[in-house]
Design a protein around this ligand. Structure first.
Ligand code: PLP
Length: 370
């Protein structure tokens, strides 16, 4: 390439994020009319009805810019989670908050500790800041190894990402493990707990990470999202909690209007939609069991999940099976990009979707056997 301009050097290390294949694309490429997507951990029950109503009401106001500080939304989050408003940040998805954290905290040459087989955007934005990624291995049982992550912290470490539950494995680290971890690391290191799936977790061992913020641990940020349990992935709305000192730098770097008007009203209304939230959680719990039974029947090993997706071990044929499923109109997530090439990550759908997934998987497995 002879061009005299080129992107900054961090981009050379970026492996681009590959999202789940869109339904329309699969219909077009495979000549299908009926396609289901179990690839991006979306809510199969749709959008929170209260959020939908609030967005409809706000449509005529779209000639105006949104409130750049998202004050009413942050106030609603403040009341719900009993933390002061200056402890709360919002973003265009939790994704945007990961970007804001990277912009606000990382200098060239800083180190970021992440686990192998975790959410890839931590790496992408760290590379974009020309920071260095330090990766630890998973523990047996597909869990993050917090002891190894603590041991990987060095003088240049600025940020550690603890994805809990972890995407794509669906596993959690426990309150006891997190307590030990926090006590063993310097408070100059920012610990980001990414809890995109926290509403789905019903384990008594799951840490109450907001208590770290309430206790005044200045180096903790907790990220959550409206994309999963509230069914709002398309509107893009994430939120984060931390000490005012940890959160204030995010306001300096965030895009002026990163959270749009519809997202702001949707978030406030969704927080009131207890009925939709509990229905989503209940359906997910029931369907997770249904899929476990189906995978067992097919002789497939899976990781016990605390989320709305399940990591399933397919074997060396995983890519071929995924392709066969696509041909049958079932989109699931290949995991080569997560360093798990023999696995598929399957989002939990409605009963009808899950039945179709299991019967398609059975056919795909029998095709690739011989
Ligand atoms: C662990 C994790 N963090 C963050 C996100 C991003 O969420 P959002 O849709 O709010 O950007 C996701 C989305 O899949 C995720 O799995």
């Amino acid at each position: 390439m002879g061009g005299s301009f080129h992107p900054q050097s961090g981009l050379e290390r970026i492996r681009p994020y590959v999202p789940g294949r869109p339904i329309d694309e699969v219909k077009r490429l495979y000549g299908l009319t009926d396609v289901i997507k179990l690839a991006s951990n979306e809510n199969p029950l749709g959008v929170s009805p209260k959020a939908l109503e609030a967005m409809k009401e706000a449509l005529p106001r779209l000639n105006l810019y949104p409130d750049g500080s998202s004050h009413a939304l942050r106030e609603a989050l403040s009341e719900r989670f009993t933390l002061p408003i200056d402890s709360i940040a919002v973003g265009n998805g939790a994704d945007d908050l990961i970007l804001q954290i990277s912009l606000a905290y990382l200098d060239q040459g800083d180190e970021v500790v992440v686990s192998r087989s975790s959410f890839p955007l931590y790496d992408i934005y760290a590379h974009a800041m020309r920071a260095k990624i330090v990766k630890t291995e998973l523990s047996p049982g597909y869990r993050l190894d917090l002891a190894a992550m603590a041991a990987a912290i060095g003088e240049r470490t600025k940020v550690v990402y603890v994805c809990n539950p972890n995407n794509p494995t669906g596993t959690i680290v426990t309150a006891g493990q997190v307590d030990r971890f926090l006590d063993s690391i310097p408070d100059s290191v920012l610990v980001v707990f990414d809890e995109a799936y926290y509403e789905m977790v019903d384990s008594p061992d799951y840490p109450d990470s907001l208590s770290y913020v309430r206790e005044g641990r200045g180096n903790v940020i907790v990220l959550r999202t409206f994309s999963k349990a509230y069914g709002l992935a398309g509107i893009r709305l994430g939120y984060g909690f931390g000490s005012p000192e940890a959160i204030a730098p995010l306001f300096k770097v965030k895009p002026a209007f990163s959270v749009n008007t519809l997202a702001q009203v949707a978030g406030i209304a969704a927080l009131e939609d207890a009925e939709f939230l509990s229905r989503s959680i209940e359906s997910n719990r029931r369907e997770r069991e249904f899929l476990y039974q189906g995978f067992s029947r097919l002789g497939l090993e899976y990781a016990e999940s605390h989320t709305n997706f399940i990591l399933v071990r397919i074997g060396p044929e995983a890519a071929a099976i995924q392709e066969e499923l696509l041909k049958m109109g079932v989109i699931v997530r290949p995991c080569a990009g997560y360093d798990l090439p023999e696995y598929l990550r399957i989002s939990i759908g409605t009963r009808e979707e899950n039945e179709r997934l299991l019967s398609s998987l059975e056919i795909a497995l029998s095709k690739t056997e011989g």
